[in-house]
Structure formats: structure tokens, C-alpha cells
Design a protein around this ligand. Structure first.
Ligand SMILES: Nc1ncnc2c1ncn2[C@@H]1O[C@H](COP(=O)(O)OP(=O)(O)OP(=O)(O)O)[C@@H](O)[C@H]1O
Ligand SMILES: [Mg+2]
Length: 494
């Protein structure tokens, strides 16, 4: 279905300002439908070629009341209507004022009472808002009378352009509706009328005095929002809390007559339950964060134990093995560290990379003064991808720092450079590690690693992440050294 803006562009000659005004009206007019207990249609004139006698209207908006059954079974938005089927609408366009009468509407057996409200923008009637009321008369309950008189006041505002408000935030799903509770205040901010729901909401805020005839401030509610609406003729939205358990949302619409604010229509919604849910979600998030924090702490404890054990060992080989195990555990801790700050299904991988580089520098660079340069980034990755990838990259960076320069440091100090290049390529996360060291030995084969490091990398990248890994020596003409390319698919997780 076309949007109002699309319909206007295709079918009418309305200018941008008028279209924006109508879009705003349609965003906030469910208030009007509820006050009128009626369906509303918004119609405007179709732009027709010159010299053609026919005149047509196009329906650009429709809203149903939330508190009554609808009169119109069909969705009329986008339909073309003959002008002669809607003579009252035509009159509202011409007379530029409210036209009330009876008419026949397609699909409805009985005559329908119609209110046709011209929507004037920049001196021109941009559209006509039509209220359709069926034969089922609205009863005589007090609140119904109040709502209808409010609807009348707001119709005047629609035709003189003071409703919708330019500054109005478009109503969201949590906004109070008429059915949630209504308080009508006069031009001095005194309560004229409050529905039972609204009175209940006031009770929940600890206000038990009868509100009629008093301002909210007199009732004990520091209600700047009403004063702001009265003073600046602008809608206001504010949540009033009482302790941890009660939260009431007030949405105030100033009622304007001849440029003067003559009252405020406040819709009131008890959102205590919603806020309670928010708090539960927040506390769950905090719990998940705490778990990651503890996992990280535990991993760090394991890694310090390994380090202590390494120090105690006399054999060099055992010492190296323990220190490597320690480093592997720490690279996993890095991921949990990031998750403990930002829990969720995803992590910013670049933060992890920064920590990993620091980790490698910390553990092996003391032996070999090598520079590690990181280029590019991978952005946000799912955690089940980030953890194995972080471990694999740590292994590869450590290898480069450890093996590439082992025999030449003495000759060319400070010349060792390891680059880590990260990017995304057609649904894959790609990491390339390049060093300018001695290259891989003649007998090297990735497929038959006897050592642990590359076995881990192979297992993580191929089996766990369903990715690929290539390793090769770089020609000495191209600078020599070793090139490793790891590519893992971003989506295909199981
Ligand atoms: N960037 C590199 N430059 C030169 N040789 C490398 C490079 N990366 C790996 N190698 C060679 O590949 C071998 C296997 O690496 P691997 O990481 O599997 O084992 P390791 O580093 O010796 O031991 P560890 O299990 O502690 O990682 C290394 O011993 C080294 O000879
Ligand atoms: Mg290694």
C-alpha cells in the first residue's frame, strides 16, 4: 500500500509543506478518532488534466476508533472517489469551514452522519478530514459528552492548522491513548473532568482528593508538564514515578482557540508494569555481564596458575609449554572481558584485536623487538565466531613474532614487521597475517603440523568455523617472509 507521501506525489498537486502537515496529522489523529468514537477519512483532490469536467477525490488516510467498532469494513486508502458522491466534502473545500450533514457511504446500509473538516495549510484547503458516524448513537454517558466536545474543539484546531503540532513526536506504541485515561484541564490548569482510569492513576500516585476544580499542583503533583503545555502551547510528555513501583505517563495536548490556550487534554497511562519489565530485562543483562566477568576472572586465575607453575619448572621445555598454555587461556579471557562490558550475541571484534595484539606484545615481544601493525577492521561479529577467531589469530601472530625473526634479530634489529590486515569480503571475515621474516622452511606443510599451535588453528578455522586457511612463503623479491590468509563465513553458523 502506498504511503500518504507517495499518494500525494502521484495523484495530487499538494506542495511539500502541505504533505508534511497531512503526514503529521495522520500520525497523531487516532486521538481524534477515539474522541469522536468514529472512523475518520482524509480526502484530497486528485490533480486532473486541464479542461476535464470530472473531479475526483483520493483517500489518503483512514483511521478507526479504538473504543468503538468500525463502520467501514474496507480500507479505502488509495481509492478514488467521485466528487458527486461526497457533496459535503466538496462544500468543505469550497466554504473552508466545517460542514455537517448526512450522506450515503458505499457499503453502509443506513445514512451516515458526516462531519467534514477542512484542513487548511498556508491559506489553502489541503484536504478534508471526514468523520463518519453510523446510526448507532453514542450514549449519553458523561465521558462521551466530554469526548465529543473535545473532538469539536480539536476539529477547529485542525481546520485552523494548530493541530497537528509541528513539534509533536510521532506517537509511539507506548503512548497513552484515550482509553487509558483522560484528564481535561481548563486554561488555568484546573481539572474539569477525569475518567475513572485517570482517577485510578492519580490514586496510584498517592492523590486521593477529588481532583475536580483543582490544579495538579494543588493536588500535590509537581506537574510542570501541564504548565509547559499551557504556557508554550506545545504538547508535553512526562513520566511521573512514585517510589520503585509506580510510573504514570502523562501526555498533554494544549487546546487552542484563536491562538490562545484554553485548556489541556491530558492522556494518562499507568506504565508501572512496563517499567517493572524494563527493570527485569536490565537486571538480566547485568547478570549476563557479571557471568562473563567471572568467567574472565576464572580464566585469568588459571593463566596465573600456569605461569606460576612455569616458573617453578626447571626444564626449559616444560616452562615454554606452560607459558604457551597460559597465553592461550588469556586469549580466550580477552573475549569474555569484552563481553562483560557489552553482553549480547555480538561483539565489536576490533576491540578484541586490540587486546590480542597487546597480549602478544606482552608475552613474546620482550624476546623479539618486532612491530605489529593492524590495518582495517571486521566490525561486529557474533560471539560464537569471535572466540575461536580470536584464539586462532593469537596463535598466528605469536608464530610470526616467535619464528619469523628468530635467526636474524641479531643482524637486523628493529626491522621485523608483522601486519594484520582485516576486512570483510562477500560474507566472509578475512584476516591476513604477513611478516617479513625468514619464511617457512622447505619441508613445511600446513597439512602435517606436528606441533600444537597450527593444529589448533586448523581445527578452529576449518572444523569449527567452516573456513579456509592458506600459508605460504613470500618471494624474496616481494619482501620475503610468510603470508597467512584466514577466511571464515560470517553467516553460516550451526
Ligand atoms: N610466521 C612464521 N615464520 C616462520 N616459520 C613459521 C611461521 N609460522 C609458523 N612457522 C613454522 O611452523 C612451525 C609450526 O608452528 P606451530 O605454531 O604449529 O608450532 P610452534 O609455534 O613451534 O609451537 P606452539 O605449539 O607453541 O605454537 C613453527 O615451529 C615454525 O617453524
Ligand atoms: Mg606456534
Amino acid at each position: 500500500m502506498a504511503t500518504l507521501a507517495e499518494l500525494a506525489a502521484l495523484r495530487t498537486r499538494l506542495d511539500k509543506v502541505s504533505v508534511e502537515h497531512l503526514v503529521r496529522l495522520v500520525a497523531s489523529w487516532s486521538l481524534l478518532a477515539d474522541l469522536a468514537f468514529s472512523d475518520l477519512l482524509l480526502m484530497t483532490r486528485v490533480a486532473e488534466p486541464e479542461n476535464r469536467g470530472e473531479k475526483h477525490l483520493v483517500v489518503v488516510g483512514q483511521v478507526r476508533p479504538n473504543n468503538r467498532s468500525t463502520l467501514l469494513g474496507d480500507d479505502l486508502v488509495g481509492t478514488t472517489q467521485r466528487v458527486d458522491a461526497w457533496p459535503l466534502v466538496q462544500r468543505a473545500f469550497e466554504e473552508r469551514s466545517l460542514v455537517v450533514g448526512e450522506g450515503r457511504v458505499h457499503g453502509v446500509d443506513d445514512a451516515v452522519s458526516l462531519w467534514c473538516v477542512p484542513v487548511i495549510v498556508g491559506g489553502e484547503v489541503a484536504a478534508v478530514m471526514v468523520r463518519l458516524q453510523g446510526p448507532t448513537q453514542v450514549g449519553a454517558a458523561l465521558y462521551e459528552k466530554v469526548y465529543l466536545s473535545l473532538f469539536e474543539r480539536m476539529c477547529t484546531m485542525v481546520s485552523d492548522g494548530s493541530f497537528p503540532f509541528r513539534e509533536e513526536d510521532v506517537a509511539g506504541p507506548g503512548m497513552p491513548r484515550v482509553g487509558d485515561g483522560v484528564i481535561l484541564l481548563d486554561g488555568e490548569g484546573r481539572v474539569e473532568f477525569a475518567t475513572p482510569n485517570a482517577t485510578n492513576a492519580l490514586h496510584r500516585l498517592g492523590i486521593y482528593a477529588s481532583p475536580e476544580g483543582r490544579t495538579l499542583r494543588e493536588l500535590g503533583l509537581r506537574a510542570r508538564f501541564v504548565e509547559r503545555a499551557l504556557e508554550f502551547a506545545l504538547p508535553t510528555l512526562e513520566e511521573v514515578d512514585r517510589g520503585h513501583d509506580v510510573a504514570i505517563l502523562f501526555h498533554c495536548v494544549p487546546l487552542i482557540e484563536r491562538h490562545r490556550v484554553t485548556g489541556v487534554l491530558a492522556r494518562v497511562r499507568d506504565v508501572s508494569d512496563l517499567r517493572q519489565l524494563d527493570r527485569i530485562v536490565l537486571s538480566k543483562e547485568a547478570a549476563v555481564r557479571e557471568v562473563h566477568h567471572r568467567v574472565k576472572n576464572n580464566l585469568q586465575t588459571i593463566s596465573s596458575l600456569l605461569r606460576l607453575q612455569a616458573r617453578r619448572s626447571d626444564e626449559a621445555e616444560t616452562q615454554v609449554a606452560l607459558l604457551e598454555a597460559e597465553r592461550r587461556v588469556r586469549s580466550i579471557a580477552v573475549v569474555h572481558e569484552v563481553l562483560s562490558r557489552e553482553p549480547g550475541e555480538e561483539v565489536v571484534f576490533d576491540e578484541i584485536v586490540r587486546s590480542l595484539v597487546a597480549l602478544v606484545e606482552d608475552t613474546v615481544l620482550a624476546l623479539h623487538p618486532v612491530e605489529i601493525v593492524v590495518n582495517g577492521e571486521l566490525g561486529v561479529l557474533s560471539t560464537d565466531l569471535a572466540t575461536p577467531l580470536a584464539v586462532a589469530l593469537t596463535e598466528l601472530l605469536t608464530n610470526a613474532v616467535e619464528h619469523a625473526f628468530s635467526d636474524q634479530i641479531a643482524e637486523v634489529p628493529d626491522a621485523g614487521i608483522v601486519t594484520l590486515q582485516l576486512h570483510r569480503d562477500e560474507g566472509h571475515a578475512v584476516a591476513e597475517i604477513r611478516d617479513n621474516g625468514r619464511g617457512l622452511g622447505a619441508n613445511f606443510s600446513l597439512e602435517v603440523p606436528t606441533s600444537l599451535g597450527l593444529s589448533i588453528v586448523r581445527d578452529l578455522v576449518r572444523t569449527q568455523l567452516h573456513g579456509t586457511i592458506e600459508m605460504s612463503s613470500v618471494d624474496s623479491d616481494d619482501g620475503g617472509g610468510t603470508y597467512v590468509r584466514v577466511s571464515v563465513p560470517l553467516l553460516e553458523r550451526d
